[in-house]
Design a binder for this molecule. Structure first.
Ligand code: T3D
Length: 245
């Protein structure tokens, strides 16, 4: 792969944007390679948790702005962005974004698709879209209004402002804010600890947190708890408790 890097370690699959010289600006090659990589990581049974990160000094500076011409952005979104956005959204494994440096525009949209965001304190969050006369896209508006107050999200997107990580945390976009020098360790520890949990319980938990309706939630928790109750990890944990081990 030319623009991304994939590594696997201790049950964690790392998908790293790898265009550091352009602050991981998202071009067509990167977006297509990332879509393929996601399929591979999702299918790999040894990968329990997937982490998105950026090489170099940024998570991502958003859409690669050096592409010129009269492209039809609608078609580009449909053909190039949306397959990746869908691969992220449909991922049943935990998806973590490790964010440092800068996260801008469509890069922000991709980060918002993750289940949790571990963020280095010096990170800048840029709502850059409006500054180049575009609407927020790549699933960004959907996730923003899911994660934060819709009026604040809309107002931020209208402003084109860059905010710091503390403000992003107040907005509800940060799961864990860590000091810069502790960021890589905190991210790795979080992902590897999650990869050690029961995979059935982890997947079930994610599914249940995404269920919208109360009744459907009750029905689904029956199915998941039935499945979890039959796992070896649960049996062993119960046995250990009852035998005071
Ligand atoms: O198709 C669709 O519909 C999807 C649409 C999506 C829209 C968006 O994603 S809008 C958001 C686009 N992104 C931006 O507006 C951010 C642009 N970048 C910047 O404003 C600055 O680079 C930063 C504030 C992020 C960082 O500034 P600084 O001074 O730390 O670094 P730099 O020197 O500007 O950047 C380093 C290099 O990365 C530089 O290249 P060079 O000159 O060394 O060869 C710069 O041109 C390049 N770079 C940074 N961002 C992008 C980029 N190249 C292409 N596209 C970028 N987005």
């Amino acid at each position: 792969m030319e623009t991304i890097q994939i590594t696997r370690h201790n049950g964690v699959g790392w998908l790293k944007w790898n265009r550091p010289e352009k602050l991981n600006a998202l071009n067509e090659t990167l977006l297509k390679e990332a879509t393929e990589a996601m399929k591979g990581l999702v299918a790999d049974e040894d990968v329990r948790v997937i982490v998105l990160v950026g090489e170099g000094r940024a998570f991502s500076s958003g859409q690669d702005l050096t592409i010129e011409g009269d492209a039809d952005y609608g078609t580009y979104l449909e053909d190039v962005y949306h397959p990746l956005v869908r691969a992220l959204e449909s991922c049943k494994k935990p998806l973590i974004a490790g964010i440092h440096g800068v996260v801008a525009g469509a890069g922000l949209s991709l980060a918002l698709a993750a289940d949790v965001r571990i963020v280095a304190r010096s990170t800048k969050f840029s709502s850059a879209f409006i500054k180049i006369g575009l609407v927020a896209d790549a699933g960004g508006p959907y996730h923003l209004k899911r994660l934060m107050r819709p009026d604040l999200a809309l107002s931020w997107m209208w402003s084109g402002r860059t905010i710091d990580a503390e403000q992003a945390e107040r907005f509800g976009l940060v799961t864990e804010l860590v000091e810069d020098d502790a960021y890589t360790r905190a991210l790795t520890e979080y992902a590897e600890a999650l990869a050690k949990q029961s995979p059935v319980a982890v997947e079930g938990m994610k599914a249940l947190f995404r269920t919208e309706s109360f009744e459907a939630g009750l029905e689904e928790e029956i199915q998941w708890q039935r499945k979890c109750g039959q796992t070896e990890i649960h049996r062993q944990a119960m046995h250990a408790f009852l035998t005071k081990k």
